[in-house]
Design a protein around this ligand. Structure first.
Ligand code: CAA
Length: 398
């Protein structure tokens, strides 16, 4: 039985891209008042993938430190959540499995439901660990958020991957049982198979998100969840960080509280530190919020965190986790800050050129420019097959 020890997130690590575009460069190019980006949507900069980076290289980079620290002996399942999939059939997780040298006796699968996919992966992982508490599940959320150039969505792009080791007796966060669920068939944001960039109805997407906040909270309460006052902090999906504030304000109003901006800032502020400079990382975003909270906050031992995971289209879930005493000894704060600080600024022209790159579809041999300095890279495409490399000198900190 795992009832006493609980199941949850044992370790968490994130990775982001080689390049970063400051919003000042975008604002200068398109003549937007920088206040709209810095204050209006709450974004400072966005991660930009190099030509030889994608969801696989980011996912492998995020997961490698978990394997270095814990080994792979107990991992029998890898769940890769993404909405910027690179293949319609093969799971991106199989490439990661190979790059990390995981054992053949592993099940690997990819999950999709917009930005919600990683939460489905986490819940499925908890179910597997319940069945056999000796096993661990590697959950990887990795996405590149890409909208059309010169569209309103352009300012809300970004890219990152979060890897989580899910198991019994976790060192970081125990995930609690009751979940509030909500599904509604809306066309707020979607990406047909023939498009590289997402389509979005911006205002509709904000409304749909807020409806999902209400819907999940209502169900969470009916399922016997904690009362609103029982939470020390809230991690929201953050397509842009201002959205977390809108969502929390909405939840407070829905629960009949008077909204106090200082109180909202206390509940949300620390969760936005990484998303504010990384941008939208779709499936990874809500877990990047958790990473920032754990890394930024004073001791949260024993406190409950509310999670709101939203995926357009739409599916959402509200659930709670309790921070495990002693968690701070297991954090990767320094590595997380380095992942952000090591990014090289790209100018607007350079970003635009990277944005306009498309995947060659002629079946020929195409090598990819070596722009990255991280441990994994997409070396090229040959016969429609993606070729990845692990740099021998690639350093992984346990
Ligand atoms: N100084 C300060 N604030 C300013 C300003 C200035 N100079 N100029 C404008 N603003 C404020 C506006 O008042 C507005 O604030 P409020 O929302 O609080 O009213 C904010 O900046 C944004 O301004 P607009 O609404 O005019 O901006 P826009 O038309 O360019 O659209 C957007 C913004 C809808 C977020 C757009 O970037 C977009 O479509 N993004 C992609 C979709 C998205 O992220 N949706 C979120 C919910 S869906 C989801 O969460 C799933 C997902 O990941 C996609």
């Amino acid at each position: 039985m795992t009832g006493d020890i609980g199941i949850g997130i044992h370790d968490l690590s994130f990775a982001t891209t080689e390049f970063v575009l400051p919003h000042t460069a975008l604002a200068e190019y398109n003549g937007t008042d920088i206040g709209k980006y810095h204050v209006g949507i709450g974004q400072q900069s966005m991660s930009v993938p190099a030509a030889d980076e994608d969801i696989v290289t980011m996912g492998a980079t995020a997961a490698a430190p978990l394997i270095a620290r814990h080994g792979a002996d107990r991992i029998r399942t890898v769940v890769f959540a993404t909405e910027s999939s690179i293949d319609q059939a093969k799971s991106a997780g199989v490439y990661v499995h190979s790059l990390l040298g995981l054992p053949p006796a592993t099940r690997v699968v990819e999950l999709k439901q917009a930005c919600y996919g990683a939460t489905a992966a986490l819940q499925f992982a908890i179910g597997l660990v319940h069945r056999d508490p000796a096993q661990q599940v590697l959950v990887i959320a990795s996405d590149v958020s890409k909208y059309d150039l010169d569209s309103p969505g352009e300012a809300t792009q970004g890219a990152a991957a979060v890897a989580m080791l899910v198991g019994a007796d976790p060192a970081l966060v125990r995930i609690e049982g009751p979940s509030g669920l909500f599904t509604a068939d809306v066309m707020d944001f979607w990406r047909p198979n023939y498009r590289d960039t997402a389509l979005v109805d911006g205002q509709e997407s904000i409304t749909a998100y807020l409806q999902a906040v209400e819907g999940t909270w209502k169900d969470y309460t009916e399922q016997g969840g904690r009362s609103f006052d029982g939470f020390g902090a809230f991690c929201y999906h953050q397509p842009f960080t201002k959205m977390a504030y809108k969502a929390h304000r909405h939840l407070l109003n829905f629960c009949g509280y008077v909204t106090d901006e200082a109180q909202i800032a206390r509940a949300i502020g620390r969760t936005t530190a990484y998303n504010r400079v990384v941008g939208n990382s779709y499936t990874a975003s809500v877990y990047l919020a958790l990473a920032a909270l754990l890394d930024e906050a004073e001791d949260l031992s024993g406190q409950s965190i509310g999670f709101l995971s939203y995926g357009s289209g739409s599916v959402a879930e509200f659930f709670a986790g309790t921070v495990v005493p002693g968690y701070r000894e297991h954090l990767r704060t320094e590595a997380h800050r380095e992942a952000i600080e090591r990014r090289r600024p790209v100018d607007y022209a350079g970003y635009r050129e990277l944005h306009e790159r498309t995947c060659p579809a002629d079946g020929g041999e195409h090598s990819t420019p070596a722009q990255t300095t991280g441990p994994f890279r997409l070396a090229g495409i040959r016969d429609h097959k993606r070729i990845y490399e692990r740099r021998p000198e690639g350093r992984t900190v346990a």
